[in-house]
Design a protein around this ligand. Structure first.
Ligand code: NIG
Ligand code: FE
Length: 408
């Protein structure tokens, strides 16, 4: 048995439990001073304070009195894509909106063209580099969506790349099928045919290969209507894919209401979520997965996170890493924005980027907190306490990242 002892922890900060925390509970985390964590064969065997017990023969990692938290969970990324879209920066600076760029053939369609022409190996090498960088910033679990293939062959290609990366990279990857990211150019005049393709050809193939856990849809003006989104998510359920939904990102067309009605595991973005949308999320037990770095990049307002916490909606936070609306893969920036823009407390933010993120991707029984029985995924921060990582902006403070008990 391989034993690893993380000793001399100045502050251990972690939410607790195997499910999302909401309301006041979101801010109630455990803080242990002078703590240690014992990991056996990649799984946390004991957590304590004072002198470590049961650690004979363990390899010791000295935390040097610093802050330790669970590894961060990035519960929303569009990891697999060809090319980048730096050309859109100039357009944005001249006032073009996200939907204007998309409607002019830029945006998701241009990344789709680049993704279709990329080989599996090219996509894998590119995503691998991003995963290395994410891990260097303290992320140890990542959700990754398809959605830049928009044709059966290319959606499957993206999901296969995610599966391969999960096999060969230390990062845990959870795959989401998002064939309904945009109606691609060749179906512009027959969107119904595209919705059928997603439901009747792509989904059965995804199911047959067993390569995705969730189904997501971009429910937005000029993208997929609420009714199309409902059909797509209901079809996904038939194929064993739990629903997720991009809702109220740019216009509030009813995506959050649909999330509540359909019992989605999470609704994402929610930048302009109206009060009735928040009620629907609360009633449906839906996790709000908020993406503040996207608001930042779009120059948009920030989601009403405090209202969500007040209404008892569990709030998770993630990057939304993608080549368009959010070319940022750094969860530490998300942490900063969670405090500075959402006005969440450091404790609420920590829960959002660990346990609640894990719950949003069905992983809360394995990751998201430092507790006996969970995976040994930890970050030793170059920081004395939790406030410090929330307040420092622009530096990488992830000192040592530990995945399943091994330093990565
Ligand atoms: O979550 N909104 C839809 N999808 C991404 C953006 C994708 C892109 O711009 O390429 C998002 O913001
Ligand atoms: Fe997204």
């Amino acid at each position: 048995m391989k034993k690893v002892l993380v000793s001399n922890i100045g502050m251990l900060a972690t939410p607790k439990g195997n499910a999302a925390r909401c309301g006041e509970e979101q801010g109630k985390i455990e803080i242990l001073k002078n703590a240690w964590v014992l990991i056996e064969d990649g799984v946390i065997a004991a957590v304590g304070t004072g002198s470590p017990e049961g650690a004979d023969g363990a390899e010791v990692i000295d935390a040097e009195g610093k802050l330790v938290t669970p590894g961060l969970v990035d519960a929303h990324t569009h990891l697999i894509f060809g090319g980048w879209r730096q050309n859109e920066l100039g357009l944005k600076l001249h006032g073009a909106t996200y939907l204007e760029i998309q409607n002019a053939g830029g945006g998701i369609q241009s990344t789709t063209n680049a993704t279709r022409s990329a080989s599996k190996e090219e996509l894998r090498a590119k995503a691998e580099k991003a995963l290395d960088e994410m891990m260097g910033f303290g992320t140890t679990t990542v959700e990754a969506k398809s959605g830049y293939g928009l044709a059966t062959e290319h959606e499957l290609k993206a999901l296969q790349v995610i599966r391969d990366l999960d096999d060969r990279h230390p990062m845990d990857l959870i795959a989401t099928f998002m064939g309904a990211h945009l109606v691609p150019a060749e179906y512009k005049n027959d969107r119904e045919a595209y919705v059928r393709l997603v439901c009747e050809e792509m989904m059965p193939a995804v199911r047959e290969q067993g390569i995705a856990k969730f189904c997501d849809v971009f429910c937005e003006a000029d993208t997929f209507t609420v009714e199309e989104s409902r059909r797509i998510l209901e079809a996904g359920l038939k194929y064993g894919l739990r629903p997720k939904i991009h809702a109220d990102e740019i216009e509030a067309i009813g995506g959050s209401r649909l999330a509540g009605e359909i019992g989605a595991i999470s609704a994402e973005h929610l930048i302009v979520c109206p009060p009735e949308g928040i009620d629907a999320l609360a009633k449906g037990g839906v996790i709000a997965c908020l993406l503040p770095a996207t608001s930042f990049n779009l120059g948009a307002v920030f989601a009403p996170a405090r209202d969500m916490v007040k209404a008892g909606v569990p709030v998770a936070m993630a990057t939304d890493f993608n080549p368009g609306s959010c070319p940022c893969l750094n969860m530490q920036f998300v942490i900063n924005l969670g405090c500075l823009k959402y006005k969440l407390t450091p404790e609420e933010v920590l829960t959002a980027v660990t346990l609640n993120g894990a719950a949003a991707i069905g992983m809360a029984d394995r990751v998201g907190s430092v507790e006996t029985g969970k995976q040994g995924d930890l970050v030793i921060w170059d920081a004395p306490d939790l406030d410090y990582i929330c307040y420092r902006v622009g530096s990488n403070l992830a000192g040592t990242v530990i995945k399943k008990g091994a330093v990565v």
